[in-house]
Ligand binder design. Sequence first.
Ligand code: NAD
Length: 232
Amino acid sequence: MILTGAGISAESGVPTFRGPDGLWEGQRVEDVATPRAFRRDPRLVQTFYDQRRAALARVEPNPAHHALARLDALWPRSDGRDLLLVTQNVDDLHERAGSKRLLHMHGELKSAWCLACDSRMSWEGTLLDAPACPACNASGTLRPDIVWFGEMPYHMAVIERAISRADLFVAIGTSGNVYPAAGYVDLAREAGAHTLELNLDPSMTSPRFAESRLGPAGTLVPALVNDLLENR
Ligand code: NAD
């Protein structure tokens, strides 16, 4: 079970969340990543995510994303020896690298959600002043399919079941500030898994991992994948 965060995409040029100034791309999270912010100023929030979506065209997966896709391609699929990659990221770099056994627990920039009919649909363009919902034809009802603060992350039951059966739990490039993902190391430890963190700097959750390796994901992840495949 592998959990990734914004740090894995940093070397691709996607800024992390709580950079040195505590902002996400110049915005306070309270202003762009909560349901309240969307009710208060929908145009600001739509514009923010439209810009993030557009920026994906200017970045590419890095060696860490490619290494995890290689692991997915070569790792067994049998019951009891499976693999699951869970990302907190809303970018599409894991799938562009080729990962298939992948869940986005915080949603995806390239997905829209209709608040009228509850449909989710892949979305490439802008959502500000978007056309009517292609599924139900309602107007002005599409929002970014992103899990904002205060909302329930996706796929929680599947993720927690995978952790309860895991013998290895790896967290890559995540600060340990955002729950429930930050608590997954504790579930994994309770389940008897080896817990390994790969991060540029010590994180909030480092003391709760059995093992931490410090360095850039673009170097540490390919080395880990080589080890896992050699000792499979
Ligand atoms: P975070 O931004 O809070 O923390 C990033 C972590 O990555 C830090 O601990 C940092 O030390 C580490 N890091 C930075 N560069 C690294 C590198 N080259 N190699 C390895 N580690 C590196 O990220 P988070 O814990 O994922 O929480 C942020 C939330 O914001 C998530 O829920 C996510 O949905 C959202 N977000 C997503 C993206 C994205 O999709 N790429 C970007 C920013 C924020």
